[in-house]
Design a protein around this ligand. Structure first.
Ligand SMILES: [Zn+2]
Ligand SMILES: [Zn+2]
Length: 294
């Protein structure tokens, strides 16, 4: 650690941000030499900067080097999804016996004119970068291509990742697997939520009737049921993300319907407070579960 924490002045932080921005611009323009220099300088100035490590890993051709930089990024922020997905990809390529990233292989070969001895997997020679039109914006001329599907993409569609430029679609598909829920996962989430809310509702009615602490316990049961639901859903499906949030939220809401009916009856008999507490309970239940499935 050279210049992190208190040692890092505001001007250094600004310089690091500037270097990262320049590095990204250079990488998008295809100038990996400049990009490499900028990102490397950024990591030297602030060895605790995740963006700088991810940037550097994206512009070096050697896979082992990429892996090292991604590990540095993950050591700083172990939850960084970008670094995790890229590290998994790099490790897969290494396991396949590759030493140089596919996106760089082509460039290096074009630059040197023949196959580098570092190449372990032969690749048919590709034509030099020809001008094409972005598949998202057909009116934009571009020399960039997605490294995964090789479709042409413009500068604003290309998203730089440590494995090269990706188009919006490929980038989406590269989300970590636990964010890719299908219908069966959502169904499990919904059904779990339904029964959890149903059982929780019974608990609330029983606890709510206990004098003194009953009401307090009933309120506490809301978030606890929500947390427990999430735990069960995660055990069963190993999925999270928006689709799971929606499925579990709807399941919980449906399971809590009888309780809401109970509240309406309470309201009709003049107890506005009961309806308020029931509403609060259902809200806490759903908010807790949905927040935990992010
Ligand atoms: Zn693509
Ligand atoms: Zn575009």
């Amino acid at each position: 650690m050279q210049a992190t924490g208190e040692l890092m002045t505001e001007s250094t932080a600004a310089e690091v941000q500037q270097l990262i921005a320049e590095g990204r611009a250079a990488a998008l323009a295809g100038d990996t030499f400049t990009a490499r220099a900028r990102f490397r300088r950024a990591t030297e100035l602030d060895s605790g900067n995740v963006e700088a490590w991810i940037g550097l890993s994206s512009v070096v051709p050697i896979l082992a080097e990429k892996r090292d930089y991604l590990r540095r990024a993950l050591a700083i922020d172990p939850t960084n999804a970008e670094a995790m997905a890229s590290l998994a990809y790099v490790e897969k390529l290494l396991a396949e016996g590759l030493q140089i990233a596919p996106s760089h292989r082509r460039q290096e070969r074009q630059a040197s004119g023949d196959a580098s001895p570092l190449l372990s997997a032969p690749e048919p020679p590709k034509p030099a970068v020809e001008v094409a039109y972005c598949y998202v914006h057909p009116d934009r001329e571009t020399g960039l291509r997605c490294v995964q599907c090789s479709r042409p993409i413009c500068g604003s569609c290309a998203q730089m990742t440590p494995v090269g430029q990706l188009c919006p679609e490929c980038r989406k598909a590269r989300r970590p697997p636990h964010y890719q829920a299908d219908l069966s996962h959502m169904l499990i989430g919904g059904v779990t939520g339904f029964f959890a809310a149903l059982i929780g509702s019974v608990l609330v009615v029983v606890l709510g009737g206990v004098p003194f602490f009953g009401l307090f316990l009933a309120m506490l049961a809301g978030p606890l049921t929500g947390a427990l639901t999430t735990r069960i859903v995660e055990q069963l499906t190993r999925k999270r993300g928006r689709a799971m949030q929606a499925a579990v939220g709807i399941g919980l809401g449906l399971g809590a319907l009888p309780l809401i009916g109970f509240g309406v009856i309470a309201l009709l008999s003049g107890s506005f407070l009961s309806l308020l507490l029931i509403g609060l309970w259902v809200a806490l239940l759903i908010i807790t579960a949905v927040a935990r499935l992010r």
